[in-house]
Design a protein around this ligand. Structure first.
Ligand SMILES: *[C@@H]1O[C@H](CO)[C@@H](O)[C@H](O)[C@H]1NC(C)=O
Ligand SMILES: *[C@@H]1O[C@H](CO)[C@@H](O)[C@H](O)[C@H]1NC(C)=O
Ligand SMILES: *[C@@H]1O[C@H](CO)[C@@H](O)[C@H](O)[C@H]1NC(C)=O
Ligand SMILES: *[C@@H]1O[C@H](CO)[C@@H](O)[C@H](O)[C@H]1NC(C)=O
Ligand SMILES: *[C@@H]1O[C@H](CO)[C@@H](O)[C@H](O)[C@H]1NC(C)=O
Ligand SMILES: *[C@@H]1O[C@H](CO)[C@@H](O)[C@H](O)[C@H]1NC(C)=O
Length: 660
């Protein structure tokens, strides 16, 4: 090698060092000289291991991101200049039925998402600190606020209270979860610097300090030593915290002085932190797509940083409510207090559902350069992989409802009862999906009507001899007719001619359980508050019902048989399939355009990617992550409620919103 070249290489390596290795990583900076102490709030600012720190954090939920993309999303968060990622932990991901706990290798349905150690170690690898919200209740617009639905099957159970059944199950779950998390604490060499206990307890109808105290003691007993915190709105005072024991944080998106001022009053001589600072909002079906204006967001965020405050952006990246895991709210304006959240949880967040950068992302990056005075090595924002519009697919199979039921994994002959009380899944009931209640051998005279008292949870399709006779969801005003949650004591005409030996099917869909506010006992399907009448005769419990729980679990979805050619003869809900054959290696994300379909959900290679309800808006397209596709044949299945499937499955590059 010529001398000149060697000198040149030497200079180049110096330059490289100058660019990257000059600055320490966050870890190097905060652990230099050994780890002696964790996050401290013993003064009006945070210190970590004795060094000043402001927490610049963003929320992203491992359960809303394909595990294959965790690393990409974490790196994008770090590249924005933030130093911490916050995630809640969803109890229902980790405790799918009473007897099974799942942390990534238990073989349950949501196994891939349950790899808590994997997510938190990846965050550390990407040079981020971690804040964990332990729950057991997390809200988060997630199904039942993160609680497992099997809790509901025990009559005496009271969620989020000093209640033996609730707390003994929390104990079982926390015992395993915290044995994993305790190893990942900052002072044990991990990235977790703070744990939040419960969430928004002050907004519960029965905030209970005894309950919170028990959680606090349990968590400490289970070797958690880092800072413990709580989070509520500032106007709730201290009802959701334990002053002196839990570090109080608050949630808001504007009126910085009012909120931080109030917090300083309640908790003097400590740092202030917004644990939820809203970057946008979740969408409900039947409502407009919600966004938060860039300037409004940026100005308020900057005021919070300048206070100076620590801030966790909720959300930094929203992601997706896969499968049937969306939550719901019980807001006003609907007589049954039910507002289900869409499959997309884009949230109008700085990083979109599909991981694209937005102007909010750029604004955060700029503000971090200005306010984060501790200089550490920050990676460049990784390149965004483009999305692909795959060719439209013709349908190559249909599976009639009768043939779906023939393959149903369980068949229960009993009185009708709610989903949660069905004797399946080791007596944990059915948590998600659809439940079919069937009566056979009915003699139904012409012009007979079926009445269901109370509200249906949440919608019901009625089939008589396999023909859908209730209203398909072709327009949003159909929500004000029989079969939908808004209607109380709904009545539907079953037949205009005499029918002998008829079969009646009631197909209930669970649209997600409410996870905020007053939401305690919520059952799905035919519940104790429903009674059924065929004209004036009660179709009571003691008549013979056959119940088919349809959970659409992955292995079952992948094993369906009896497909027929699509022939236009379907008279009710059915499954339709198509094959996406990929010949090249350019396998990237896409969106499935559902605009020509009516109502249902989509399965890709066995995974339920989400629901669609095109007439209800706002969401019209479903995010399909590239890692769930492979070279060769990929199977896409649509469950369509109406007898009118679209003729093709189509793709689109970007999400589509269509306001109702
Ligand atoms: C830590 O922050 C406080 C409050 O801003 C400041 O008074 C103190 O000088 C800082 N300490 C160091 C070592 O920078
Ligand atoms: C958990 O995630 C980590 C990081 O992605 C991965 O290395 C590990 O194999 C995963 N474990 C399981 C059981 O999937
Ligand atoms: C705290 O809870 C009590 C009892 O539920 C209630 O009376 C009080 O108004 C609450 N305080 C605030 C600030 O909301
Ligand atoms: C009634 O219908 C069922 C199918 O639903 C059939 O198997 C049965 O033979 C019928 N019984 C009579 C008496 O027609
Ligand atoms: C229920 O079904 C059983 C046989 O499966 C029959 O003997 C009984 O009469 C039925 N009861 C009613 C009320 O239809
Ligand atoms: C797949 O289907 C076959 C035949 O219907 C059945 O024997 C088998 O148990 C099914 N496997 C799963 C995993 O459902």
């Amino acid at each position: 090698m010529a001398l000149n070249t060697r000198i040149l290489l030497g200079l180049l390596s110096l330059l490289t060092i100058g660019f990257s290795a000059d600055l320490p990583t966050l870890y190097e900076y905060y652990t230099e000289g050994g780890i002696k102490s964790g996050l401290s709030v013993d003064q009006p600012y945070f210190t970590l291991n004795g060094k000043n720190i402001s927490i610049y954090s963003g929320s992203m939920h491992y359960f809303r991101i394909p595990p294959e993309l965790w690393q990409d999303r974490l790196r994008k968060l770090r590249a924005a200049g933030l130093n911490t990622v916050e995630t809640s932990i969803a109890w229902n991901i980790h405790h799918p039925n009473i007897n099974d706990l799942e942390f990534g290798d238990g073989g349950t349905e949501l196994e891939a998402w349950a790899n808590l150690t994997g997510f938190i170690r990846l965050a550390q690898q990407e040079d981020l600190f971690v804040i964990v919200r332990l729950g057991p209740y997390i809200s988060a617009d997630w199904e039942f606020g993160g609680l497992p639905s099997w809790l509901l099957s025990v009559e005496t159970m009271e969620i989020r209270q000093y209640n033996a059944y609730f707390l003994s199950n929390v104990g079982k779950y926390f015992g395993e979860m915290l044995s994993i998390l305790s190893k990942l604490q900052f002072t044990n060499g991990g990235p977790i610097i703070m744990f939040q206990v419960e969430h928004e307890l002050a907004y519960s109808p029965y905030p209970n300090a005894e309950y919170l105290q028990i959680l606090y003691e349990l968590i400490q007993y289970l070797d958690i030593v880092e800072l413990l915190s709580s989070c509520d709105g500032a106007s709730s005072g201290q009802n959701g915290t334990l002053p002196g024991l839990l570090f109080q944080t608050i949630e808001f998106g504007s009126e910085i002085a009012l909120n931080f001022g109030k917090l300083e009053e309640m908790q003097p001589n400590k740092p202030v932190m917004a644990m939820e600072f809203y970057s946008g909002w979740a969408d409900h079906w039947t409502e407009q797509h919600r966004t938060r204006d860039l300037i409004d967001f940026r100005d308020n965020y900057e005021q919070a940083l300048a206070w100076p405050g620590s801030v966790n952006l909720y959300m930094f990246h929203g992601g997706t409510n896969w499968g049937f895991m969306n939550g719901a709210n019980n807001g006003v304006g609907d007589n049954s207090n039910f507002q289900p959240i869409t499959t997309s949880y884009d949230f109008d967040a700085p990083l979109t559902e599909a991981g694209d950068y937005t102007p909010k992302y750029d604004a955060i990056r700029e503000l971090m350069k200005k306010y984060n005075t501790i200089e550490t090595f920050t990676p460049d924002p990784p390149e965004v992989k483009g999305r692909r519009v795959y060719s439209s697919l013709d349908l190559n199979g249909q599976l009639r409802f009768e043939n779906i039921l023939r393959q149903a994994p369980d068949k229960i002959e009993d009185c009708f009862q709610s989903m949660e009380n069905l004797p399946i899944n080791e007596n944990s009931g059915q948590s998600y999906g659809y439940t079919v209640y069937r009566r056979e051998g009915l003699n139904i005279p012409a012009n007979s009507a079926l009445t269901i008292t109370g509200h249906v949870r949440d919608t019901v399709m009625v089939l008589v001899n396999g023909v859908l006779i209730s209203n398909a969801l072709t327009s949003s005003d159909r929500l004000d007719t029989f079969g939908y949650w808004r209607i109380e004591n709904g009545i539907v005409l079953l037949t205009t001619e005499d029918l002998n030996n008829a079969t009646l099917d009631l197909i209930f869909e669970n649209w997600g359980r409410v996870g905020f506010g007053n939401f305690y006992k919520q059952f799905k399907g035919l519940t104790d508050s429903n009674r059924l009448f065929l004209n004036y005769e009660e179709l009571g419990c003691r008549t013979n019902w056959t119940i088919y729980p349809l959970e659409f679990k992955r292995s079952w979805n992948q094993n369906l048989s009896d497909w027929e050619a699509v022939d236009g003869s379907v008279t009710g809900p059915a499954l339709y399939k198509a094959t996406l054959t990929i010949y090249d290696d350019d396998i990237t994300d896409t969106y499935i355009d559902m605009q020509e379909w009516v109502k249902g959900f989509v399965i890709v290679n066995g995974i339920v990617v989400g629901r669609y309800a095109t007439a209800l808006g706002p969401q019209q397209a479903l995010y399909l992550p590239g890692p769930w596709l492979h070279k060769g044949d990929n199977e896409i299945i649509v469950f369509e409620h109406s007898p009118w499937p679209a003729s093709q499955i189509k793709f689109t590059k970007d999400p589509i919103y269509n306001n109702p």
